[in-house]
Design a protein around this ligand. Structure first.
Ligand SMILES: [Zn+2]
Length: 260
């Protein structure tokens, strides 16, 4: 049965935002709200190793290795041995971000290509962060036909780009934005989109209604599922079943409840 929820993208391991005690408490809250597995996303070499450490000391918690595009200029990517690492489920977040002035387009593209190649060589999917840069991102993707089915996290771009992303076989990460941002891309969608959606909080950011103003946490996946249930006119069980099936398949997650 997959009628539980998974947070496919959060930063609960990041001590800049969450103390140890807060993180422990939030894991309990998540479980009480049917969120049985979470993926901690790395944004730099050191942050990824912090995510690894967190995952290795908590059941049903996984991690990814990524270098965020905003640090592409300074980033040096050292391939490291992933074979001996447990609970590493993806490469990311990686991508392109042209939102703030001063970005280095070619450094970002170079790093993205390097990381996608790495993911393919290790047979891992990717978690992508792309902001104001989808045309360039799609062009890069076209050069990697062997990329495993991967997630475009926090999708909030145009309807046209949503269709292109789906056409390229990507899965879409839906988070709290959908509950408060009145996004054009999700107007008129129906339940068929659930075949290509995974749920995420991006905690500590993007807290969904009804908890706007508070720090976000994995348990709030439940609020996103409930919003989608109303919007799409299907039960919360169906939302959980479909999105959890997707996330388990993409990230090759085991059954929840496994030993550490
Ligand atoms: Zn993130």
């Amino acid at each position: 049965m997959t009628n539980y929820l998974v947070d496919s993208h959060c930063h609960l391991h990041d001590r800049e935002f969450f103390s140890n005690d807060e993180a422990e408490k939030m894991l309990k809250t998540a479980l009480s709200r049917d969120v049985k597995q979470i993926i901690c996303i790395g944004t730099s070499h050191d942050d990824s190793l912090a995510a690894e450490k967190f995952a290795n000391s908590h059941a049903d918690t996984f991690w990814t290795y990524g270098i965020h595009p905003e640090s592409a200029k300074e980033a040096v990517f050292h391939e490291f041995s992933v074979e001996t690492r447990e609970k590493l489920v993806a490469i990311g977040e990686i991508g392109l971000d042209y939102h703030y002035p001063g970005f280095d387009k070619s450094a970002q593209i170079r790093l993205l290509e390097e990381m996608i190649s790495f993911s393919i060589s290790k047979n891992l999917p990717c978690s992508f962060h792309v902001r104001d840069a989808l045309p360039d991102f799609f062009a890069v993707l076209d050069n990697f036909p062997k990329l495993k089915p991967s997630v475009l996290h926090s999708f909030s771009d145009s309807k046209k780009n949503l269709e292109i992303a789906l056409g390229k076989g990507l899965f879409i990460g839906i988070n709290g934005l959908i509950t408060f941002a009145n996004l054009d891309c999700y107007k008129g969608i129906d339940s068929s989109i659930l075949d290509r959606v995974v749920l995420e909080t991006d905690a500590p950011f993007l807290t969904p209604t009804p908890n706007r103003g508070k720090i976000n946490e994995p348990g709030n996946i439940k609020d996103i599922a409930s919003y989608l249930s109303t919007k799409l006119g299907v039960s919360e069980e169906i939302i959980a079943e479909k999105t959890t099936k997707n996330v388990r398949k993409i990230f090759n997650l085991p059954n929840p409840g496994g030993e550490i």
